[in-house]
Each structure stands twice: as C-alpha cells, then as structure tokens.
Design a protein around this ligand. Structure first.
Ligand code: NAP
Length: 357
C-alpha cells in the first residue's frame, strides 16, 4: 500500500485457489481473470487432479472459455509448501476444508474461505465488507488463540449473503423478527447438483442444513463487535429454504418486524442511501450501489437481474405492508458470485486495503 493508503502496486499480488477444479473454484478462476490487484499463480485440488494441467484436470462448467492464463498451470495437492502463495481463496469440499484451511493458516498463509467449516467459530470473521468490516479485528485474537502466523476469514452461505445485504441498511431501525422463504437456484448445490428428474418442473422444499445456517449466520454477521467478540443480533430469524428450477440467482421473500414505527419511505431511503466502506473505498469488486430497489411490480427476477452489476449487487422489490409483521419485500442475489467467489474476492480486497494482508 502506498503512503496515501492507495493500492498502486504495478505488480499484482500472487494468489492461489484451493479446490480450484470444483464449481466454486472455477468461479474464482473466472472472477479473478483480469483482477487489478490479484493474479492467480497456483491452483490446488485433490490428489486425483494433482500433477495435471488445470485444463486437463477440470471439466469447465461455466459460460465462456477457461481463462488462457490458468490453462497450463499444473494443479498441486492442497498441502502447504514452498510454491503456494501466501494469499489463498478456498473452495475445497467441506469434508476436507477444516484440516486444509487450518494447515495453510498455521503455515503463515491468509485463507479467504468460502466453505462453511470455520464460519461460526468465535475468533473467525464471517465477513461481508459492506456490513461488518470491524469484525476483521477478530483476526488478531485468532492468531493469538491458535498461535498462527496466518489467518482464516470466511464469507457467508449463498442465501445468507443475499438476505443480510437487504437487512443491513435497516438494522438502524431495530429489527425484532425476520421471516424468510427462499427460492434457491440449482447452481448453489454444486455440480452435478440436484438430479434433473427431481428438479425439472418441480420445487424441492428441503435443502439440508440451509435453514439453520441462514438463521445463525445472519445473527453473527449483523451482530456487534464488542472489542473482543461478536454479540449476535438479538432479532429472531426464521428461514424456510426451497430449491427451484432456476440456474443462477437466489430469490427470497422476506417479512420484517421493527422495534420502531417506520414507513416504506424510510426503508427505501435506507437502501438507496447506503454507501458503506467498500463503496467509499471504491474496492475493485464493490458494486457502486450495493442494494438496488426495483420499482416494477414483477421484479427482481433471477434470469433477468441476477447477472447485473457483475453479480455483486442485491436487488430488492415489491416492498409493501405486512399484515402479520410490519413490512415484506423480495430480495435477489447471484448465489455463486455475491454468495460465493465474488464475496470472497471482495473480502480479500477489504483485508488488503485495511492492512490485514
Ligand atoms: P465441488 O464442485 O464438489 O468442488 C470441490 C473441490 O474440492 C474440487 O476442486 C475438489 O478437487 C476439491 N477436493 C475434494 N476433495 C479434496 C481433497 N481431499 N483434498 C483437496 N481438495 C479436494 O464443490 P463446490 O460446489 O465448488 O463447493 C466447494 C465449497 O464451497 C464447499 O465447501 C461448498 O459447501 C461451498 N459453497 C458452494 C456454493 C455453491 O454455490 N456451489 C456456494 C457457497 C459455498 P478434485 O476436482 O480434484 O476432486
């Protein structure tokens, strides 16, 4: 970082991706192509892929072609070693993420993880740069507690990521109760995900573990940092999660009760006027307007809106009075961008700009 606080390195920071061959790993590779600060120099996966060139080890499932710069990188096993860079994005399978991420953090690396494994640990930031940048201070405690020279920061589950962006600007009104029902895209289940015989022309009213994750992660993200720990948001959160035949974009219906009497105009003004830290700092992946309210009565829609703003904004719509709680509305976000790879890259950008990397 320069003396003025601007990041003006001419040489980009070398980064690696753990779990690079999987669905989220590919999204990292694609999202980081041409990133102004970070350059992929290292790709890790299982021993099934290690030793092969990335193009041979990976069945590319995203639109467009595999970025040229990574095609010939030889995939490495996810074991800390001299060739791994000190900044790693993690998209490893949850069954192995705990040990792999800890090993890299113990070896002095910064692991910016998309996996669920460490999210709810007390000394691990569950970070959304627009909402809780002060939770990064947990990293100092994490290093002390664990004796690590490296560190682990996480981003939320894909459905939580969308919900908290819509809720955060409204926290100042005092939230009492939140009820959310999701309509989640099939890409959120990885590849091959849900069988076509199950999801075609159907809705599956169950996603294992998702409702508990949404409820607890929301409270941690919107919680207050007390100087040594995060005090979870006291509001009750009730989630019902459904898988629907949509490729990308989680849509959700939200009902909210507040502690204070507020109007629809107050909510709209809070969303429209929200200019949190990443936008003030103009971080490369921060969308100019993090929450965009759509006036049309039939929007937002996953197919039409999820990809807009590079997949990093959350779209709200249909704000109206709720006869049971106070207000209800819809929220939509891109699950593999704002809910996965894009979220982690924005986390790393914040960590770099705040001096944690
Ligand atoms: P995936 O497609 O199954 O990819 C898993 C990755 O982990 C692959 O690169 C795989 O490498 C690697 N891996 C598996 N076993 C390994 C081992 N023993 N050692 C090292 N690497 C190993 O899964 P995904 O959908 O991308 O999800 C990755 C993580 O992100 C999971 O923790 C998931 O819960 C989380 N997540 C996913 C989404 C989503 O939208 N899909 C959203 C949020 C969070 P090989 O190819 O060599 O097997």
């Amino acid at each position: 970082m320069s003396e003025t606080g601007d990041i003006k390195e001419t040489r980009r920071i070398p980064v690696g991706v753990l779990g690079a061959t999987g669905m989220v790993g590919q999204k990292f590779v694609s999202f980081l192509e041409n990133h102004p600060w970070f350059e992929i120099t290292w790709l890790g996966a299982s021993d099934r892929s290690a030793g092969k060139k990335y193009r041979e080890a990976t069945s590319w499932r995203l639109s467009g072609v595999m970025p040229r710069a990574v095609r010939d990188i030889v995939v490495t096993e996810c074991i800390p070693g001299e060739r791994a860079p000190s900044l790693l994005f993690s998209a490893t399978d949850a069954s192995v993420a705990t040990e792999i991420e800890r090993a890299f953090a113990a070896a002095g690396c910064t692991v910016v993880s998309n996996s669920r494994n460490h999210r709810m640990e007390d000394d691990v930031p569950l970070l959304v740069p627009e909402i809780n940048p002060e939770h990064l201070k947990l990293l100092l405690q994490q290093k002390r507690n664990r004796g690590w020279t490296g560190q682990i920061a996480t981003n939320p589950n894909c459905s939580t990521a969308v919900l908290v962006m819509a809720l955060a600007p409204l926290k100042k009104f005092g939230m009492k109760r939140v009820i959310v029902t999701t309509m989640q895209a099939i890409s959120g289940a990885g590849y091959p995900g849900v069988a076509s015989m199950d999801i075609n022309a159907n809705v599956i009213p169950f996603i294992g573990g998702e409702e508990e994750k949404m409820e607890r992660e929301t409270q941690k993200i919107l919680g207050d940092f007390t100087g040594s720990r995060v005090e979870p948001l006291a509001a009750k959160v009730s989630a019902s999660c459904n898988r629907v035949p949509v490729v990308d974009g989680h849509l959700m219906s939200v009902s909210l009760e507040f502690e204070t009497r507020i109007s629809e105009a107050d909510i709209l003004a809070a969303w429209r006027g929200w200019r949190p830290l990443p936008q003030q700092k103009d971080l490369p992946s921060a969308p100019p307007c993090p929450v965009i309210y759509m006036q049309e009565p039939d929007r937002p829609q996953p197919r039409r809106d999820a990809e807009r703003e590079n997949g990093m904004a959350v779209f709200t719509g249909r704000l109206r009075r709720c006869p049971v709680l106070d207000f209800k509305f819809l929220a939509l976000g891109h699950n593999t961008v704002r809910g996965a790879a894009g979220a982690a890259v924005l986390n790393a950008e914040l960590m770099k700009s705040e001096g944690y990397i």
